[in-house]
Design a protein around this ligand. Structure first.
Ligand SMILES: CC(C)(COP(=O)(O)OP(=O)(O)OC[C@H]1O[C@@H](n2cnc3c(N)ncnc32)[C@H](O)[C@@H]1OP(=O)(O)O)[C@@H](O)C(=O)NCCC(=O)NCCS
Length: 242
């Protein structure tokens, strides 16, 4: 894996976070932290435990991925993973968002991110997303793919704000309803706003039909004061041509 720089101290206001690239020796720490977050989710659908937690974590400690850890007073308070799947591996996510088979070596998976409940709302996920996109670019990747629960408004908001769009709304392994989000760092699609349709953030059926009809989720409208579930904006890609 090619190396890339991560900030050693945080630029976030009022905090002294330290960012470290994690390795095998932090495996136990990561597993404990995942257990802590998984056992305190406000909604169990936000993050579903992997079939084999150890295999999943191990895979993201290189060479098929990396994990950035965030420390406060030497304690792990957040982490984020990027998967770098081998081009010859079956890639269900890539199939579902229609990435051509010849481009399989250009894909990174924006995988798990968890922030300790006491450190949420301080833009850590946003920053860790930016660092992972930077990392994917540094590895020569073109596409980032991610997956979100329809009720995970924080994750989806950060992904949309970082240039991802909802490419598909579908049922994944273990009957999970998921939005699949895609970022193409070479050819950013342009959307035709005159085609815009709205769908409630948790309305699976409407979103599934819209994505099947060629609409993509490109933004959201929310009432920041009430924190009610947002409405998502779907639009069709503008056709290329004169
Ligand atoms: C999801 C999670 C990683 C977010 O981390 P975080 O560091 O608090 O996120 P950030 O501070 O970067 O951003 C949160 C954004 O979501 C928004 N948000 C938070 N809760 C929201 C809600 N209920 N509805 C709408 N927006 C919401 C915030 O306003 C913020 O956006 P803004 O900065 O544009 O205002 C964290 O809550 C977590 O660890 N959850 C449990 C595990 C999980 O769900 N992981 C994600 C799946 S990969």
């Amino acid at each position: 894996m090619k190396s890339f720089a991560i900030p050693t101290t945080s630029t976030l206001p009022g905090n002294d976070y330290e960012f470290r690239m994690l390795c095998e020796k932090e495996m136990g720490q990561l597993l404990d932290f995942r257990n802590l977050v998984l056992s305190s989710l406000s909604n169990a659908d936000h993050y579903v435990k992997e079939q084999d937690e150890a295999v999943f974590v191990h895979k993201h400690l290189g060479p098929e991925g990396f994990t950035i850890g965030v420390y406060s007073n030497d304690e792990l308070v957040a982490y984020a993973m990027l998967g770098l799947p081998p081009a010859d591996e079956t890639n269900e996510l890539a199939d579902r968002v229609d990435i051509p088979v010849g481009h399989r070596h250009l894909i990174a998976h924006v995988a798990g991110c968890m922030v300790h409940p006491a450190h949420r709302g301080r833009q850590l996920q946003k920053l860790l997303l930016a660092k992972r996109i930077e990392g994917a670019r540094a590895q020569g990747k073109r596409y980032c793919i991610s997956m979100a629960s329809l009720s995970n408004h924080a994750s989806r908001r950060n992904l949309l704000a970082s240039g991802f769009h909802i490419a598909r709304v579908t049922i994944m392994e273990a009957a999970l309803k998921r939005q699949l989000l895609l970022l193409d760092m070479v050819e950013q699609p342009v959307f035709d706003l005159s085609s815009a349709r709205m769908a409630a953030a948790e309305d699976y059926a409407t979103q599934q039909v819209l994505t099947q009809q060629g609409f993509r989720g490109i933004g959201e409208e929310r009432d920041a004061a009430t924190r009610a579930a947002p409405q998502l904006v779907f639009a069709k890609q503008r056709k290329a041509g004169p």
